[in-house]
Design a protein around this ligand. Structure first.
Ligand SMILES: [Zn+2]
Length: 217
């Protein structure tokens, strides 16, 4: 499993690579077998998104950051939330533009929650929004999580993921390898939680808060 720490893609980005289409062809040929061999589950949080006969919401990640290395051992499925940990840099100055969710991520100080647990919590909150009886609780929990981004803003001067990405881009390889980010997590902006809530509930029907109440009985 890839390390689950905040990071950026420091090797050749596919958008700056003349051989990208060759690597892409290789990748698309092997992509589905990687997903299938992992049982259509995120390698970090275990979220399942079956896509044998339709679209899956899983993405396939290059563990060593090199999109030319399309060996099966270098590839693993990740849910969009876990994948984004490795790509804070999509929005870094030298890459320009907005790709993915880079501008909708804040850094939070949450040592007590693993990245996988926090991401599953995002999914549960999104699913709970669909039900008027649980939506206010989901909003209240999210506001508590937001407090942990303010700690980062005070201590580091910013809680924006793109500022962290820019700082990591300026590091030497040695500094980057030893970056101290183990207690930091990504909090996704509320519109992402809302937008993905319906999707997550479809993949995992038991995420709906009503089904929790049923399980309790
Ligand atoms: Zn995941």
């Amino acid at each position: 499993m890839a390390e689950q720490r905040l990071g950026i893609k420091r090797k050749t980005h596919r958008r700056e690579d003349a051989r990208a289409s060759l690597a892409d062809a290789e990748f698309s040929a092997i992509r589905k077998s990687v997903l299938r061999s992992h049982g259509w589950r995120c390698a970090v949080c275990g979220w399942k998104s079956e896509g044998e006969d339709g679209p899956t919401h899983l993405q396939v990640h290059h563990i060593d950051d090199d999109h030319h290395n399309n060996q099966e051992s270098n590839l693993e499925p990740l849910c969009p939330l876990d994948h984004a940990y490795h790509h804070l840099g999509c929005d870094a100055p030298s890459h320009g533009g907005h790709v993915g969710w880079a501008s909708q991520m804040r850094v939070a100080y949450l040592p007590g929650l693993s990245p996988a647990d926090l991401n599953l919590l995002h999914m549960a909150l999104g699913a709970a929004l669909a039900d008027p009886s649980t939506a206010p609780v989901a909003q209240a929990i999210y506001r508590l999580l937001e407090v942990s981004t303010l700690v980062v803003k005070d201590g580091w001067g910013s809680h924006k993921a793109k500022d962290f990405a820019a700082a990591m881009e300026r590091m030497t390889p040695e500094q980057y390898a030893h970056r101290k980010v183990d207690d930091l997590r990504v909090l996704y902006d509320w519109p992402i939680v809302q937008q993905m809530g319906e999707v997550w509930k479809k993949d995992y029907p038991m995420l709906s808060a009503r089904s929790w109440a049923q399980h309790k009985r």
